[in-house]
Design a protein around this ligand. Structure first.
Ligand code: BTN
Length: 250
């Protein structure tokens, strides 16, 4: 079988400091950037997280965004596939058992080591990836310090950030190719394997709603199914999950 051409990272723009790599890439897309382009910053001054949060992005972390053009840029499985790729990459490089908290938080020892912010800008999906590789936790604001961890802290040594970059681009490329080729079951199976949410009692804040129950599974569309013995599962398409016990923070 002929080898598949690599999509992600053939064009890589490195900047020292930027507001947000997602915003940079969005504007590059408006000026003709092609699919697979990556924007990478040493530091972000206006890093953004999910749910309108700010994302502290001092030097030492991996802050990058990838420009993709899937059939449906708003499909949440684009983010799930990318998260699988990032978790795979971090595990391979560091040996640490990085897990996933729905939808695409990267967790280690019950703390957050990274996350993904996927923004649909039709026809584009901008996949923003943040990983606390060698970030000194003292540089984080106090409320984040309490729930965050860096990869270096977990493994007890500096981690080669260029190696992490190469692994992330390669693994996200592979996972996204599987998604695009329709191998969704394979992507979701890999997501389930890395999940620290499934089987745990959770509280989900989804808009104005709070849903509590056991995180039973994700369905074929990537929605989280939350239920218990007495009630049919509730299908959650977006929100913030807190694992109530056993899984610990965050
Ligand atoms: C989250 O868990 O809330 C998502 C965090 C995503 C952070 C990354 S860092 C690179 C890209 N640029 C941003 O402004 N955000 C994402």
């Amino acid at each position: 079988m002929p080898e598949r051409a690599r999509l992600i990272g053939e064009t890589l723009l490195r900047v020292d400091r930027v507001g947000s790599t997602n915003d940079l890439l969005r504007s590059l897309a408006q000026h003709g950037a092609h699919e697979g382009t990556v924007a990478l910053a040493r530091e972000q001054t206006g890093g953004r997280g999910r749910m309108g949060r700010t994302w502290a992005s001092p030097p030492g972390g991996l802050w990058l965004s990838i420009l993709l053009r899937p059939d449906d840029p708003a499909d949440p499985r684009v983010g799930l596939a990318a998260a699988v790729g990032v978790a795979e990459a971090l595990r391979r490089v560091s040996g640490a058992e990085v897990g996933l908290k729905w939808p695409n938080d990267l967790v280690l020892h019950g703390r957050k080591v990274g996350g993904l912010l996927v923004e649909s800008v039709p026809p584009w999906a901008v996949v923003g990836i943040g990983v606390n590789v060698n970030v000194d936790r003292a540089l984080f604001p106090a409320e984040i310090r309490a729930v965050a961890i860096s990869l270096a802290e977990a493994v007890g040594a500096e981690v080669d950030i260029e190696e992490v970059l190469r692994a992330v681009l390669a693994e996200v490329d592979e996972a996204h190719a599987a998604y695009r080729a329709g191998r969704i079951d394979d992507v979701l199976a890999r997501w389930r394997r890395f999940s620290v949410t499934l089987g745990q009692p959770v509280r989900v804040q989804s808009g104005e709603r709070i849903i509590e129950g056991i995180a039973l599974d994700i369905d074929a569309d990537g929605a989280l199914l939350v239920g218990d013995a007495d009630h049919p599962p509730t299908r959650v398409v977006g929100g913030d999950v807190t694992v109530l016990r056993g899984g610990g923070r965050p």
